[in-house]
Design a protein around this ligand. Structure first.
Ligand SMILES: Nc1nc2c(ncn2[C@@H]2O[C@H](COP(=O)(O)OP(=O)(O)O)[C@@H](O)[C@H]2O)c(=O)[nH]1
Ligand SMILES: [Mg+2]
Length: 460
């Protein structure tokens, strides 16, 4: 499955490893290669374009973490992006509890509808212990009923008997009656396909949809048709309401274009995939697993995930130590602002300060308006390294320069300096007398620059 794409990614990542560090130009080369690999895999052009744009955006903004290489970081970014475009993840069929569930299978001729009805029937019977009825609405080919009948025998489920010359809509009425009488839980409707999308097929399906009220309408697509499958998906979803797709012949698909482009055509999930001709050759479609199969880099991905977690924790612990020692400069304030953005609020910081951890859940996460954090960040970034480590030297003319550089005003600079002063005073007090000496409300208000008033009323 997806071997050729997988091999291409392998080559690209090997190339990246050689470069050691990733600069703008090696990133450009990697992105060009990834784009080419995707197009060769028959991924739709807009999808390939969007894919590399997202990867580049992520890669450029990424801080490099000590224990992992930039190449590993990019691997992880590509992996995440693959998962994103293969999703959303929803690989289960809805099943009604107390009434009959109807499933309508649609798709082009030869896409694998009838075979898939057999596979899904087998799946529902074995995993959910359901009473299944197969119904053939394919009246265009005489052999269609016989094919489904054979499958019903293999799976050991009922099939609605054939009445010559009955039209599909009438077959549906009969199927419903049969299901009521025979305590059927799930009706699986197989339909006729055409070689191409055409008016007749669509109006017939639209009629059947109204008649059946399917719980799920599943679009069966041949993955070997690559991005053409995407056009088919778009055309079908213009006429009827598709709840999910099933990609067949994944076992023969070395490229992966259909799977990777599908989201572009329809927001509904790929639920299952056919991986062979036999009745049990049906697998749930898990975007994460597929991405892993394509990249074959599961180890690196979990390595990067672990490293990212540890770095966040190390940073916070280092900061907590500085706070305890009473050494807290504007660089620390800056990284605290950034950290806070990443960790989702003051509580992320406070849990590393002994004695305050258990209070964190009482502080509202909404107390840090993003824009004010962004402004504070801009102000500190407009200061020199020296100014940041010795805030005391920031005089009037320096303030003027910083205000101009950050697009703010002198009063904003004063505000942040005052905030820092108050914080560092409090930190000193904290380190001398222990957490008990500090009113957590006041500390929180200093860290976050404002907390909800009802929080202040709480007694600890
Ligand atoms: N290798 C492989 N063959 C499949 C798969 N699904 C269906 N087929 C084959 O595709 C052919 C057409 O399938 P069929 O169910 O008759 O398609 P329909 O015209 O849409 O009903 C048959 O020979 C099936 O055995 C699959 O997942 N893998
Ligand atoms: Mg068929």
């Amino acid at each position: 499955m997806f071997e050729s794409l997988s091999n291409r990614f392998d080559e690209i990542f090997k190339g990246l490893k050689k470069t050691g560090s990733i600069d703008e130009s090696s990133l450009d080369i990697a992105m060009r290669d990834i784009r080419r690999a995707l197009l060769e895999a028959d991924v739709a052009l807009p999808v390939a374009k969007q894919f590399i744009e997202e990867v580049r955006k992520e890669a450029i903004g990424k801080e490099i973490i000590r224990s992992i290489t930039p190449a590993q970081m990019i691997t992880k970014i590509v992996n995440d992006q693959l998962i994103k475009i293969l999703g959303p993840a929803d690989s289960e069929f809805n099943i009604n509890k107390n009434e009959i569930s109807s499933y309508l299978f649609v798709g082009l001729q030869g896409s694998g509808k009838t075979t898939t009805v057999g596979k899904v029937g087998n799946y529902l019977k074995n995993n959910f212990d359901k009473n299944i009825l197969f119904v053939s609405l394919d009246t265009s080919r005489p052999a269609a009923f016989d094919q489904l009948k054979k499958l019903s025998e293999i799976v050991s489920v009922r099939i609605l008997p054939k009445i010559e010359n009955q039209i599909p809509v009438d077959i549906v009425t009969r199927a419903k009656q049969f299901a009521q009488l025979n305590e059927i839980d799930c009706i699986l409707y197989d339909t006729a396909g055409r070689m191409n999308i055409e008016e007749n097929l669509m109006s017939e399906l639209s009629l059947l949809e109204k008649e059946i009220h399917p719980l799920e309408t599943l679009l069966v697509l041949d993955s070997l048709t690559g991005q053409e499958a995407v056009n088919v998906a778009r055309d079908f979803s213009n006429t009827i309401s598709i709840s999910g797709s099933i990609l067949t012949r994944i076992d023969g698909d070395s490229r992966g274009g259909a799977a990777l482009s599908m989201k572009y055509a329809t927001p509904c999930p790929i639920k299952f995939m056919g991986i062979g001709e036999q009745i049990e050759d049906l697998e749930k479609f898990y975007p994460e697993r597929i991405a892993n199969r394509i990249l074959g880099m599961g180890d690196i991905v979990s390595l990067v995930e672990k490293a990212t977690e540890t770095v966040d924790q190390e940073d916070a612990e280092r900061m907590a130590k500085k706070i305890q020692k009473g050494e807290f400069d504007l660089d620390d304030l800056l990284s605290q602002i950034r950290q806070m953005k990443k960790m989702g609020g003051i509580s992320g910081m406070m849990k590393f300060i002994p004695g305050l951890g258990n209070l964190t859940n009482k502080i509202s996460q909404n107390s840090n308006p993003d824009n004010s954090m962004a402004q504070q960040e801009a102000i500190i970034l407009s200061m020199t390294k020296y100014e940041r480590s010795r805030p005391k030297i920031i005089n009037g003319s320096r303030k003027k320069r910083i205000a101009a550089g950050s697009g703010t005003s002198i009063s904003e600079i004063n505000k942040i300096l005052k905030q820092h002063r108050k914080m560092s005073d409090m930190m000193k007090k904290l380190s001398k007398k222990g957490a008990g000496s500090i009113d957590p409300n006041i500390l929180a208000s200093q860290l976050g620059g404002g907390i909800p008033s009802n929080f202040l009323k709480n007694k600890f």
